[in-house]
Ligand binder design. Structure first.
Ligand code: AMP
Ligand code: MN
Ligand code: MN
Length: 356
């Protein structure tokens, strides 16, 4: 028996099901109702990752096919992309945040769990004629007027693909490459828990357009400057294992400073891949990389193997994310940031929420 779309399945907590049919219909109508000559502004979260940028640029190409001419894609902060994310199809639609339409007819947000992830572009939520949010974070705060939020979706690109389909836009290789980058980024190249049969079916649809997965994966995941390889060696060399943390499930962590980046001549984005080398640690359920953004500000990446719900840790510290992968902005020294995390781990042990 198939439950109606949008129904709350048995055993599924309210808020964990995907968009309702009414929400899909409202989103389709919002796109279709953009007047001739209307301006559409697409925004993804600050420090775009493959899902944020890929779902946005994939969708942007679809909108172009629908005949939307006045179309901008942007993200908050410096107009600077990680090298691996450069050169995606649709990139020519990207503009710096400073040039984004001040009052678009329609704004569409990608992969942002909360308004704070839109940085200085947050004011467009008020000035836009309508604001549609496409996302897959369970922690999504529903900050727009229209929402397509599916916490079961492996990536925002899953939601984007379905909306394109409902708008009658067929996949082409350009759209598919962007959505594939997004899907592989958020599933860890089909290794993470979110890798369902539906994910592989979507990948099959994308690959059927003729895109080359080997080339794409090498460019996105297996490609970094030699200076970054040396930097990783240094930062991994100072990793610490705390076996007693998280109720004995173990914590492993390290940090990287701006000085580390300068000494190795690297840009901050190279640090995003570090967590993958740290989280392999067999003796720890929780892993963490604390990356210095400015003197007293740190971008924190958290990962779990399941004993701890790291999204609860991140949300408690002002961030967000998913059960197995989450993040937040930490303030103070790296040690102070780590103390804050340690203080949340026990409360975030899976099962602890059932205890009074
Ligand atoms: P990352 O460690 O940066 O790869 O992020 C892992 C997950 O946590 C992603 O789903 C992000 O969207 C989320 N996340 C990371 N940083 C933040 C933040 N400062 N606020 C909210 N969510 C975040
Ligand atoms: Mn993201
Ligand atoms: Mn995502």
């Amino acid at each position: 028996m198939t439950a109606p779309t949008g129904a709350v399945l048995p055993g599924t907590a309210p808020g964990e099901s995907g968009p309702t049919e009414a929400e899909w219909a409202a989103a389709v109508a919002a796109v279709r109702q953009v007047p001739a000559g209307g301006r559409v502004l697409l925004v993804c979260h600050v420090n775009p990752d493959g899902d944020a940028l890929g779902s946005m640029l994939g969708f942007a190409q679809g909108l172009r096919r629908l005949g939307v001419d006045l179309l901008q894609a942007t993200f908050p902060g410096p107009f600077d992309l990680p090298d691996p994310l450069r050169g995606l199809p649709g990139e020519e639609m990207l503009v710096p945040a400073t040039e984004a339409y001040p009052d678009p007819d329609l704004m569409i947000c990608f992969d942002a769990a909360s308004a704070s992830r839109l940085g200085e572009l947050v004011d467009r939520l008020d000035t836009a004629g309508a604001a549609l949010v496409l996302d897959h974070h369970a922690s999504n705060t529903r900050f727009g007027g229209l929402h397509l939020v599916d916490p079961q979706a492996a990536a925002t690109s899953v939601v984007a693909e379905e909306l394109l389909d409902r708008l009658g836009v067929p996949l082409d290789a350009g759209i598919a490459e962007c959505l594939y980058v997004a899907l592989t980024t958020d599933t860890g190249s089909f290794r993470f828990e979110a890798t369902t049969p539906a994910v592989h079916q979507m990948a099959a649809r994308l690959l059927a357009t003729g895109i080359r997965p080997g080339d794409i994966s090498r460019r996105i995941f297996d490609h970094r400057p030699f200076g970054a390889v040396r930097l990783f060696g240094e930062v991994l060399g100072r990793a610490r294992l705390e076996p007693a943390a998280a109720g004995g499930r173990g914590l492993v962590w390290t940090y990287a400073t701006q000085d580390d980046l300068v000494r190795h001549g690297q840009r901050p984005y190279v640090l995003e891949a570090l967590i993958d080398s740290v989280r392999c640690t067999a003796e720890a359920d929780v892993s963490c990389v604390v990356k210095q953004v400015s003197a007293h500000e740190w971008a924190v990446s958290l990962r779990s193997k399941g004993a701890v719900d790291v999204s609860r840790v991140a949300v408690a510290l002002g961030g967000g994310g998913h059960r197995f992968a989450a993040g937040f902005t930490g303030r103070g020294s790296a040690d102070e940031v780590m103390d804050g995390i340690r203080g949340q781990l026990d409360d975030a042990l899976v099962g602890s929420e059932d205890q009074v």
